[in-house]
Design a protein around this ligand. Structure first.
Ligand code: AMP
Ligand code: ZN
Length: 466
């Protein structure tokens, strides 16, 4: 059956076919490890997981690279400000390498709790400095870059077309470039491939251009080229990467090889919180463990993400996520009922579901519609082991770890609540009745410190052990 995927480059859904044989070569822009990844970041990796699983479900083998950006991502994507890693090192009074190690480990722990498959190749930027230097040299040799006192810059005016990915016109792209233009740059929108390190910059390497470090855009293009070759199948990232990061990646690949390196460019829309942007100042940049503190499992967040197609914005609210937690439990209970069921179900019905499911996921990963099929099966009056097996099969794509339903449900119900905790819960109940939200939140924080989380729902307060 045909697999259709939307390509940002052509703005069309295209029939997918790998460039070579049965192997799909993919590059995903990975995290910048200067802080905990937030739930918005994880929306993009849940999308990545769905893509991987759908491709595998269609019988393809994968060679998938994801980078870890541990140097060179400046505060603004357009080469402005301080290196995020160095800034974090100052903030936490640590070495940037320790910062990278700590947040990389935290990232993979969250990935595991989300049951996200890890790409075949994880490429850390700082492990690939020699390859990156070679890539910059190629761009310079081909006449697409020049040196200034600050670094090596890509000369955009040498390209036949820029931008190609975003639908923006060149003057809009220029307007997006910084106002305070560096007089050494030939064009205001030229960007840094390689950055000469200031005195106090810790992460720096010997290079033909002195002690310096790679630019973020360059890292991805050079590492993709190393593992996947000059042309590969799919490149993924969030929509924020369209106008700058991926545009500049394409410029670099054209400068080095004359070609756009990926055939298909896939971008996941943003997660918003309470209808707006996530931002530190609003205090709404949540992590996976902060959701857990409020009684929302990582997998419930994954299910929450399935309420919208990856190309539409998704609005996060705690109420919505708590509903997903309940839905996940209903899904688990439904699966277990089928597992014990003995009703007869005709093979044609199973076949029909299989075809419908494949059609749906192959329509540009329509996971929300695929969930509709899952609920149909879960709610079926007839209880049958065949349905349970079908749910397990479909879970190869959804990655909700349905097989372990029993274990998750037991973990949630097996709690004995000590007297002291019961008293606190009672006090919180009264505070809420009196609409004393401040006191109610304070008690909730004390409960969390003592290892219990409370979840407020229409049915009342639910208490869980963390
Ligand atoms: P970063 O660690 O900043 O390089 O981002 C990692 C990934 O998360 C990138 O693919 C971003 O495009 C993506 N991303 C960042 N914020 C959001 C968001 N609010 N919703 C969805 N994806 C996001
Ligand atoms: Zn990238």
């Amino acid at each position: 059956m045909e697999l259709k995927l939307y390509n940002t480059l052509t703005r069309k859904k295209e029939n997918f076919k790998p460039l070579i044989g049965n192997e799909v070569r993919i590059y995903t822009c990975g995290p910048t490890v200067y802080n905990y990844a937030h739930i918005g970041n994880f929306r993009s990796y849940i999308f990545m997981d769905n893509l991987r699983r759908v491709l595998k479900y269609n019988g393809y083998n994968l060679k998938h690279v994801m980078n870890i950006t541990d140097v060179g991502h400046l505060e603004s994507d357009a080469d402005e400000g301080e290196d995020k890693m160095e800034k974090a090192a100052k903030r936490e009074k640590k070495n940037p390498y320790d910062i990278a190690k700590f947040y990389t480990e935290a990232f993979f722990k969250d990935m595991e709790s989300l049951n996200i498959e890890i790409p075949e190749i994880i490429a850390k930027a700082t492990d690939h400095i020699p390859e990156m230097i070679e890539y910059v040299k190629k761009i310079i040799e081909n006449g697409y870059a020049y040196e200034t006192s600050k670094g090596i810059y890509f000369d955009i005016s040498k390209l036949d077309k820029y931008p190609v990915l975003s639908n923006r016109k060149m003057d809009e792209q220029i307007a997006g470039a910084r106002v305070d233009v560096d007089p050494e740059k030939k064009n205001p929108y030229d960007f840094a491939l390689w950055i000469k390190a200031p005195e106090n910059h810790i992460m720096k390497w010997e290079s033909p251009w002195g002690l310096s470090y790679p630019g973020w855009h360059l890292e991805c293009t050079a590492m993709g080229n190393k593992y996947l070759g000059e042309e590969f199948d799919i490149h993924t990232g969030g929509v924020d990467h369209i106008p700058i990061h991926h545009e500049n990646e394409i410029a670099q690949a054209k400068g080095a090889t004359g070609k756009i390196h990926a055939k298909l460019w896939m971008h996941v829309e943003f997660l918003q919180v309470d209808g707006g942007k996530m931002s530190k100042s609003l205090g709404n940049v949540y992590t996976i463990s902060q959701l857990a503190e409020r009684g929302i499992e990582a997998l419930a967040y994954k299910l929450f993400c399935y309420s919208a197609h990856y190309r539409t914005k998704l609005n996060f609210t705690f109420d919505g996520a708590l509903s997903s937690q309940k839905a996940l439990n209903r899904l688990r209970e439904g699966y277990l009922k089928h597992l014990k069921g003995e009703d007869e179900v005709k093979n044609e019905i199973i076949q029909e579901y299989e075809t419908k499911f494949l059609e749906t996921i192959n329509d540009d990963l329509n996971i929300p519609a695929a969930m509709g099929i899952i609920w149909d099966i879960v709610r079926s009056e007839q209880k049958s082991k065949k349905y349970a097996e079908l749910l397990e099969k479909f879970d190869q794509v959804l990655g909700l770890d349905i097989k372990n339903s029993q274990r998750y449900l037991e973990k949630q119900s097996n709690i004995e609540i000590p007297e002291e905790i019961k008293e606190l819960i009672e006090k919180r109940k009264i505070a809420r009745q009196e609409k004393n939200w401040k006191l109610s939140d304070e008690i909730r924080d004390i409960l969390v410190k003592k290892g219990y989380q409370v979840e407020d729902s229409k049915e009342g307060m639910i208490v869980k052990k963390i």
